[in-house]
Design a protein around this ligand. Structure first.
Ligand code: SF4
Length: 281
């Protein structure tokens, strides 16, 4: 089987930087080292770091005094960061520079009590972090349909923003809808990361040229799930797997060309292994 692999498959800048910071802390033998939540959404990478002694804590209250706590690429809520400082943890901020820019843009744009309208997944850690930077009321919604149900005052003051990994096409549709609905105008923050947009566009280009698509990445990774949805939406058979063990040769019977892409938190070694499997068919 021939494989068309996306150039954009794998670690984005933010994930690469976050892991470099964690690696540096390990090299400097800073102990104990913990991440607040998973540093990235990839179970295989997390298992490797667990073996190296990196602890994962779920709440700031679990941090011990003097512990080195890495703030993950998705960022964390402001209150959580303040609690870590209060507890005497040494923070290493590995928040992706683009997520940090989105957090600060939200804080600036809402400081005069504007209400934040955030297009994103309510239970995603990045979204919880972004919401914490809003200075006034805030709503989060995951689709245009959900946005239509929000109780918005036509003359109210609102600011629109998105989780960095959201689909730009849906964001533009939401923006157009809200601009019509709100008489008071609608400033929009451009918080969607172009790494996501490029990855999504390349996936669609590839899907148009192959018989099937394979998307590699953690089940918990929002951007990987969206890539898989996009690929499936083109009408060709599409598979989302975490590694080559999730592949079944029967799925590829009768197919000649497979497209291959991966989420922003998928290591190269896992993509290589999937490519190797597909080429061996
Ligand atoms: S997808 Fe973009 S915003 Fe998200 S971590 Fe990667 S570089 Fe940062």
């Amino acid at each position: 089987m021939k494989v068309l692999r996306a150039n954009t498959a794998g670690f984005c800048m933010g994930v690469g930087l976050a892991l470099k910071r964690l690696d540096r802390a390990l090299q400097e033998q800073r102990k104990p080292i913990a991440t607040l939540g998973p540093i990235i959404h990839n179970p295989q990478v997390l298992a490797e770091y667990a073996k190296k002694g990196v602890r994962r804590i779920a709440r700031a209250e679990e941090a011990t005094r003097g512990a080195c706590v890495i703030i993950r690429a998705h960022g964390i809520p402001r209150t959580e960061e303040a609690r870590l400082v209060e507890r005497g943890a040494q923070l290493v901020d590995a928040t992706c520079p683009r997520v940090k820019a989105a957090q600060l843009a939200i804080a600036r744009a809402t400081r005069q009590e504007q209400c934040l309208l955030l297009f994103g997944e309510a239970d995603h850690p990045e979204v919880r972090g972004l919401l914490s930077y809003a200075c006034a009321e805030r709503y989060v919604f995951g689709s245009l349909d959900e946005c239509k149900t929000l109780p918005l005052a036509p003359a109210g003051r609102y600011v629109l923003a998105a989780q960095t990994t959201q689909d730009i096409r849906q964001f533009v549709a939401i923006q157009a809808y809200l601009e019509q609905r709100l008489a008071g105008g609608l400033p929009s923050l451009q918080t969607i990361c172009d790494a996501t947009e490029k990855r999504q566009s390349e996936a669609l280009e590839i899907a148009a040229r192959v018989d099937c698509m394979v998307v590699v990445g953690g089940r918990d990774s929002g951007n990987t799930r969206r890539l898989a949805e996009l690929a499936a939406g083109t009408g060709i058979p599409a598979l989302h797997v975490e590694n080559e063990k999730g592949l079944d040769a029967a799925f590829f019977r009768g197919k000649l060309f497979a497209g291959l892409t991966a989420g922003a938190s998928t290591p190269k070694s896992l993509i290589d292994a999937v490519e190797f499997f597909l080429e061996s068919l």
